[in-house]
Design a protein around this ligand. Structure first.
Ligand code: UD1
Ligand code: CA
Length: 464
């Protein structure tokens, strides 16, 4: 039996109070609808239709080529939204999973449980439900004396007895295609919100003598819907805990799981340690035996094995094995840091290649530079890579020694095994093996301080 999925994502998400469509708000670094998409694919849906509306272009742009998109020109309710998928499904005679783009914790297994229950019961509609201690905001599942489902009542339309029901509608259903579109065609908006409710299909099918069924999800939190930013934060916390627990079970040590933030797409190798106050974001990959944090932020960074990063930010760069970074370093995008390199304190690197074994230990800015192997950069050295109009490159050959506080005015090439004198402003190339010095010679004026009365106070701490 074929399985199609319809994901509802046309609403603005009024309660989010945001210009960004709700389904594009990130949860653990990924737009929330991506998780829903993964779940339906994992459950084996062979067609996925997404109903878009508010900021349709932005949602379509994210999902291009992966799904069929259909527009709901006006957001007249969840039932009206599903109806828009009708033309794409003419003649389709399988089962249809219907779910919302705002429940990112639902898993493929949950959807499979639903589909299996639906097929086992041979009914027209099956709804996935959950038992919540605080059911506020959700539609309530109404059952008859025999326990059979008779309908779903929205919170805003519910009377006191219905409000007391704690079994809620997850917003996730499995329908027989024909029955679904028959019921949708008959919906009316006579309810508190004046909308065409998808939930009404259940009552209509029941009244028409069709079988309807409900299956309870084992872990209620997994149907958590996001309507407000408070719920967004709650779901985010649950998602992040799952991510960290998965990492710990795969061999990563995390002394304090509550103080680290790891995005869904991040990978960390075994025997690595992630210390508190650390953020691993985007497509970051961390190798084995690394020590990350405390206080590290890695964004789209690739770290090989045995790398250490503390109190530092690394973005869009790769660090080879044995690199140490920080404390207090900033590695900006497009850096390739070679094996065993030391990037020390108060160092900023940008778009640079640092060869294996090189050291940039303190107080430097290195931008648009290419360093060979085993180069030593003295404290305070900077590349002057920008002349106000464009950026220029700096090259430093292997085993060169750059004296402290050297200004390397780009474009400039320092040869191999070359040296620059401390405090030099290097504007011309330095050949292999040469010493480049570019600073005024020191002059001493004897007895000078004595002639400047009052300049040097002879007020050493008085004797007892
Ligand atoms: C809906 C259900 C409720 C259920 C809850 C589960 C209805 C009437 N209510 O309520 O029973 O407990 O989900 O989370 O179905 N959407 C459209 N077009 C529209 C309206 C909504 O595409 O015209 C989309 C939204 O973008 C969203 C989803 O449908 O992704 C659900 O809409 P939302 O307004 O969040 O419904 P709830 O009030 O949460
Ligand atoms: Ca919702």
């Amino acid at each position: 039996m074929p399985l199609a999925a319809v994901i509802l994502a046309a609403g603005q998400g009024t309660r989010m109070k945001s210009a960004l469509p709700k389904v594009l708000h990130p949860v653990a670094g990924r737009p929330m609808i991506e998780y829903v998409l993964d779940a339906v694919r994992g459950a084996g849906a062979d067609r996925v239709i997404v109903v878009v509306g508010y900021e349709a272009g932005a949602v379509e742009a994210l999902l291009t080529d992966r799904v069929e998109a259909v527009r709901q020109p006006e957001q007249l309710g969840t039932g009206h939204a599903v109806l828009q998928a009708g033309p794409l499904l003419t003649g389709y005679d399988g089962d249809i999973l219907v779910l919302c783009g705002d429940t990112p914790l639902v898993t493929a297994e949950d959807l499979l449980t639903l589909v299996r229950a639906h097929r086992g019961a041979k009914v027209a509609a099956t709804v996935l439900t959950a038992e919540l201690s605080k059911p506020e905001g959700y539609g309530r599942i109404i059952r008859d004396a025999g326990g059979g489902v008779t309908g779903i009542v929205e919170q805003k339309d519910a009377g006191p007895a219905e409000l007391a029901v704690r079994e809620v509608n997850s917003g996730i259903y499995c329908f027989a295609a024909g029955a679904l579109f028959d019921a949708l065609a008959e919906l009316t908006p006579d309810n508190a919100q004046g909308e065409y409710y998808l939930t009404d299909c259940v009552r209509r099918l029941k009244e028409a003598g069709q079988g309807v069924f409900a299956v309870r999800i084992p872990v209620a939190t997994r149907i958590s819907g996001i309507n407000t930013r408070v719920q967004l934060a709650r779901v985010e916390a649950l998602m992040r805990r799952e991510i960290v627990e998965r990492l710990m079970l795969s061999g990563v040590t995390v002394p304090d799981p509550s103080s680290i933030f790891i995005d869904a797409g991040v990978r960390v190798g075994r025997d690595s340690v992630v210390y508190p106050f650390t953020f691993l974001e985007g497509q970051t990959v961390v190798g084995e035996r690394c020590r990350i944090g405390p206080g590290a932020r890695l964004v789209d960074a690739t770290l090989a094995d045995g790398v250490e990063v503390q109190y530092a930010v690394v973005k869009g760069s790769s660090l080879a094995s044995g690199v140490t970074v920080g404390p207090f370093a900033y590695i900006r995008p497009d850096c390739a840091i070679g094996e065993g390199v030391k990037v020390g304190d108060f160092v900023e690197l940008k778009k640079s290649v640092i060869g294996p074994g090189s050291k940039v230990p303190h107080l430097s800015y290195i931008g648009d530079a290419t360093l060979g192997e085993n180069v030593n950069i003295g404290a305070g050295t900077i590349t002057c890579n920008y002349d106000g109009r464009r950026k220029w490159p700096t090259r430093i050959g292997s085993r060169s020694f750059i004296g402290s506080n050297t200004n390397l005015v780009a474009p400039v090439n320092i040869g191999e095994e070359a040296v620059t004198g401390a405090g030099s402003t290097i504007t011309r190339d330095v050949p292999d093996g040469a010493l480049g010095v570019a600073r005024a010679r020191q002059e001493n004026l004897p007895g000078w301080s004595g002639r400047q009365s009052g300049l040097i106070k002879k007020s050493f701490p008085p004797d007892e």
